[in-house]
Design a protein around this ligand. Structure first.
Ligand code: AHR
Length: 505
């Protein structure tokens, strides 16, 4: 059966800029993300550049990733950066009590991370330690990385082989302080965040964007306390700028009774639709945080950052449950498609997002198996969508979408967003029906347009994934589109993601 949906895009109603940083990434010292992922060491038989896997660098460069968050996550609040500098063999080992209780060698530290960012051509987002660290420790880390004179930390960096300071724009002030980051109350954390921020300085040309650690999912009260404390302290102290510039929150998609309860590759249609309903509920959560921030900060001076998002399934059988290694199917790709549509719609307030995580952990772009590298369906969504980076959001509405029922409510089966830059437009479409194709007729208003490329990501089953044996089961393929009666007609196969690129007259 063929379902049908109608949609409208106003090609000349140009909205907010979609920050490229919405396409950000996250690499934690967790399982096989860093070690046996990004980092194989200089003596590995796997091709590498100064210890960093070459094939991963090449694959991620093709995504134009704008920023990379590190070293956690929960790990950030147990990490002491001085353990990770100097000659590798002399670095102290520590216990990674958050993730698998394994011994951390500290072989991948500050210099290795900055080298990785340089190789990727991406900006660094360093997450400081509030839970078990000190203000001095974070302040000195900023100085170590970014100062260019004869200060004690700049000198220490030079002793470790790096003359020039790096540019490090993004800094997280702790992580999940309501949980692994210290089990703090929002009131206490808000004061702490302000104190930490006070001692993190802009050295030389480097300008910091300090990100206070925010809410779990729809904990709007956490956001309210953070933004209120920030805005009021700013007004009282007449600072030139706010002590911190952004507030984060985390949102993981799962089904059943919580994270880590269901398998990544084996699921029923009901579980599939429940997952999609959970992903779409992200819009309610974003709307709530934005409403709270609007009420205290109507001038939009403080931005919202979702620095952990993605699916969270059971760890694959036979792997360490503390390593959070999961496969990645078409279902995960569609969760990504839905999230990006929502990020694009709220581009006014959302300045950054980071999928959790980039390699071998949770909703990964890349899975490694020895010297083999697998690009996941989610990787392809990031690649197909990269034209939205720094584009301007367009008014895009799905009308008369088919729907089903999931998690006790109505679940529309088509999601869409669009943007424009440099005389072109990009339309993203996510279609959720597991049984039926859907003909989407899009009324393109405002100017003439012709299709320059259309691609679709799909497979016979939503459970399909790529692995080392068959790495290309799920890949973007050309999609045929048509103009009929002035409307763009896109026929989406069941459970698929598509992008249509337009040249505008
Ligand atoms: O991404 C995995 C973990 O999930 C992060 O370390 C933590 O911040 C969150 O709970």
């Amino acid at each position: 059966m063929t379902l049908s949906a109608r949609a409208v895009i106003d090609l000349d109603v140009v909205g907010d800029r979609i920050s490229r940083h919405i396409y950000g990434h996250f690499a934690e010292h967790l399982g096989r993300c860093i070690y046996d992922g990004f980092w194989v060491g200089e003596n590995s038989s796997i091709p590498n550049i100064r210890g960093i896997r070459t094939d991963i660098v090449d694959a991620l460069r093709a995504l134009d990733i704008p920023n990379l968050r590190w070293p956690g996550g929960c790990f950030a609040d147990t990490y002491h950066w001085r353990d990770g500098i100097g000659p590798r063999e002399q670095r102290p080992k520590i216990a990674n009590t958050n993730w698998g209780d394994v011994v951390e060698s500290n072989h991948f530290g500050t210099h290795e991370f900055m080298d990785l960012c340089d190789l990727l051509g991406t900006e660094a987002y360093v997450n400081g330690n509030v839970g078990s660290g000190t203000v001095q420790e974070m302040s000195e880390w900023v100085e170590y990385l970014t100062r260019d004179d004869d200060s004690p930390m700049a000198r220490l960096r030079r002793e470790n082989g790096r003359d020039e300071p790096w540019r490090v724009p993004f800094w997280g002030i702790g992580n999940e302080p309501w949980g692994c980051g210290g089990n703090l109350s929002p009131e206490f954390y808000a004061e702490e965040a302000r104190r930490y921020a006070t001692y993190c300085h802009d050295h030389g040309e480097n300008r910091l964007t300090l990100i206070a650690a925010g809410a779990n999912e729809d904990d709007f009260e956490w956001t309210r306390v953070l933004v209120k404390t920030l805005v009021e302290s700013h007004a009282a102290n007449l600072y030139d700028k706010h002590p911190y510039q952004a507030i984060s929150f985390h949102y993981y998609t799962h089904t059943g009774s919580g994270i880590n309860r269901e398998d990544a590759t084996t699921f029923t249609d009901e579980q599939f639709y429940d997952t999609m309903a959970y992903a779409r509920d992200f819009e309610r959560v974003v709307r709530g945080h934005v409403a709270v921030m609007d009420s205290y900060d109507p001038e939009n001076r403080v931005s919202l950052v979702c620095d952990e998002w993605g699916t969270w399934w059971n760890a694959e059988k036979g792997t360490n449950p503390g390593f959070l290694f999961q496969q990645n199917t078409i279902r995960d790709a569609l969760v990504a498609g839905i999230h990006f549509d929502i990020f694009h719609r709220y581009a006014r307030r959302i300045s950054m997002a980071n999928i959790a995580q980039t390699v071998n952990v949770l909703q990964a772009m890349i899975l490694t198996d020895g010297d083999k590298l697998v690009l996941t369906p989610t990787y392809h969504v990031f690649e197909m969508n990269k034209g939205h980076q720094d584009a301007r959001a367009l008014a895009a509405h799905v009308l008369d979408a088919p729907a089903t029922t999931a998690r006790g409510g109505e679940l529309p089966l088509v999601s869409m967003s669009a943007s424009t830059k440099e005389g072109a437009a990009l339309i993203s479409l996510t279609h959720l029906s597991t049984d039926d194709e859907c003909e989407v007729r899009i009324d393109l208003r405002g100017c003439g347009a012709r299709v320059t490329r259309a691609r679709v990501l799909g497979a016979d089953s939503a459970t399909t994934y790529n692995d080392a044996d068959v790495p290309d089961r799920v890949e973007p393929r050309p999609l045929t589109t048509a103009f009929e009666g002035g409307e763009l007609v896109v026929t989406m196969p069941p459970h698929s993601f598509a992008t249509v690129e337009l040249a505008l007259d």
